[in-house]
Design a protein around this ligand. Sequence first.
Ligand code: GLY
Length: 395
Amino acid sequence: MRTDIVTDIVIVGGGAIGLAAAWRLALAGVGVIVVDGRSASPRATKAAAGMLAPSFERAERHAVAASSPALADLSLASLRMWAGFAPELEAASGQSIDFRDDGILGVATTDAEADALTRQAELMAAAGVGAELLDGRAARALEPLLAEGVIAGLLAREEAQVDPVLLVEALETAVRRAGVQIVHAIASVFENGPDGSGVRMRLASGGAISADRAIVSTGAGAFARRLSGNASIVTPVKGEALAFAPGAAVPRRVIRGRNAYICPRQDGRVVIGATERPGDASLETDDERVDGLRAAATRIVPAFERANESSRWAGLRPVAPDGAPIIGPAAGDPRVIYAIGHYRNGILLAPATAEIIRACATANSPEWPKPFLPDRFATPARKLALPSAPSSAAR
Ligand code: GLY
C-alpha cells in the first residue's frame, strides 16, 4: 500500500488560477501540491487569448455579471495588479510572458458600434479609467493597418495582454522554484482526512494526497465533472480561435472589433478570437465559424487577406450561472475552497484571485469577498465537495 503524500494545501487544477494561487501561497510559506489532470494543456488557460481587458469584457459579459459592481472592481484591481505581477513572475521564472501594457484599441465600423464605444468610454470615465475616443483617422494614425471602413476607435490605455501559454510555463517554473510539487494525475475523489480532519484526495492512478485543505481551480472539462459540489455548476462556453503564422501583418497592439479580436504575439503570430458557444463541451473547431472570425478580422485589418494560418483551436470557458467567478470556501466546510468559473476572464483575474486565496487561506479569521462566495447559489453548490462517505476499502 502506498503512503499518502502529505501537504498543507492541495490544489486541483493547474491553469492560470491554480498556479497563481500556488505561487502566492508557497511564497507565504505554505506547503502546496498542485494536481493537474492534463500534462499538455489546461484547456481554459492555454486556449485563452490573454487580453487583460476589463472594460471591453464588461460590454461582452453575461448580463448579470456585467451589472455586478463587485466584479467590475475585482477586474480593475486585478488589471492593476498585473503591472507588478508580470515582472515579478518573469524575474522568478527567468521566462518572458509577453506582457504588453500599451493599451487595447477598440474599433467600430458601424454607427451602432461607434455608439457602443462611446457608452464604454463613459463607463470607463466614471470608473476613473483612462479612455480616449478617436475618429477613424486618429485610430488609423495609431494603427496604420486599420481599414478605411473603421469610423471610430477607443483606446483603453491601461488595458494590456499576456501570452497565456508562456504564462502557464512561467508559472510552472516559478511554483517549482518556490517548492511546489506539480503532480500530473487525475483526482478521482475527495474524502475526509485520515485522522478525521483535513481532506484526502485519491488519484485515479493510485496513491493519495492528504492536506489540511483543498483548493478546486478546475475548468469546465471532464476533469471538473469528476469532482462533485460547486465544480458541477460550472458549465462550458466553448471558444474557437485561430492564429496567423509569422509573416502576416502584425498590429502594434491588441485590436477589439465587434465580431473579432486581434492579438499580436512576440513570436510574430497573430491570434484571432473568439466564438462563444454556451454548453458545447467539444474541442472540435467548426470551419464555418472560424472562417467567420477570419473574415471579421480581415474587415478590420485588410492585410490579413494574404495571411497564412498556423492553427485553429477551441477551449472551454468555465462559467457559473451568474457569470461571476466562485471564490471561497464551500458552504459549511472550510476545508474546500473554490476558485472556479472565471468565464472570459481567468487570465485577467488570476492575480486578484490568487491574492484573495493567499490572504484568506492564511488568515485565522478570513474575510472572503461576499459577492463571490459559493453559497450565493442554491443546491447543489451548498453541498460540500466531499462525496458521500467513502468505503473503508477505498482508502
Ligand atoms: N476573454 C476573451 C474570450 O474569452 O474570448
